[in-house]
Ligand binder design. Structure first.
Ligand SMILES: [Zn+2]
Ligand SMILES: [Zn+2]
Length: 238
């Protein structure tokens, strides 16, 4: 079959149509883009949507006021995150208020992995202590975060009850093992802020309480109001 001539029958010349059709499409696209840009500019002008409940609550950075523009919020959020030396200890979803330490004065603390990101707890109320409440430096914060990650990895392997359970248990019970040595070093680093203890790993299979310290064999002292047993000499809790 022979294709009809583009010039036949008095119709709009096909060659011209093919030349101008894409141009008309391109013009329409440009117009749509221009309109979108205009709308975006208008939307940006209309968008002072900083909500007070959306703002993170870290200290040290000037908070934008509700009603300021989104760009300012983004800048504020990035600045806040970059300046936060305790970032690695911040829980991803936030610790519930009732699980945070609410003591006015913190006298005794303990280091314990509790499946979260911040292992520093108050011995008085058992709550997690937000880092700024003690105010330790960035080096200590990094060491705490690192210890927590390693201890957590071993703990999860033990908890998983699979191939690695026995190996992980031995690591957690090894007083000369890396994770415990680093844990005790952290207790020393935290001591200037509050008297610090270390929660020693204890597998409570038959639900009997140990009577002796697993490290020095001295009698363990029950802790009033809390379920912990304590060895003052070794600075451990069980
Ligand atoms: Zn407390
Ligand atoms: Zn002891």
């Amino acid at each position: 079959m022979i294709a009809p001539s583009p010039f036949s029958g008095g119709q709009f010349p096909r060659a011209l149509f093919l030349t101008f059709a894409p141009l008309r499409g391109a013009n329409a696209r440009v117009a749509r883009l221009r309109q979108a840009a205009r709308l975006a500019r208008t939307d940006l002008r209309r968008e002072p949507v900083v909500r007070p409940d959306f703002l993170p609550r870290q200290s040290g950075v000037t908070r934008p006021l509700p009603g300021q523009k989104v760009g300012q919020l983004a800048r504020y959020a990035i600045e806040t995150i970059m300046k936060d030396i305790y970032l690695k200890l911040r829980p991803l979803t936030g610790t519930p208020k009732e699980e945070l330490c609410n003591c006015k004065e913190i006298k005794e603390i303990y280091l314990a992995y509790k499946l979260g990101t911040n292992p520093v707890h108050c011995l008085q109320c058992n709550g997690e202590i937000p880092p700024e409440k003690l105010g330790y430096d960035i080096k200590t914060a990094e060491s705490i975060a690192s210890w927590n990650t390693v201890y957590g990895a071993l703990y999860v392997l033990w908890l998983n009850s699979g191939e690695y359970e026995g190996w992980a248990r031995e690591r957690l019970l090894d007083r000369q093992g890396q994770v415990n040595k680093e844990g005790f070093e952290l207790i020393n680093s935290l001591d200037p802020f509050a008297k610090a203890y270390y929660l020693w790993f204890h597998e409570n299979c038959d639900e009997t309480e140990p009577s002796e310290c697993p490290l020095c064999s001295a009698p363990l002292q029950p802790r009033k109001q809390r379920r912990f047993l304590l060895c003052e000499h070794c600075r451990i809790l069980i």
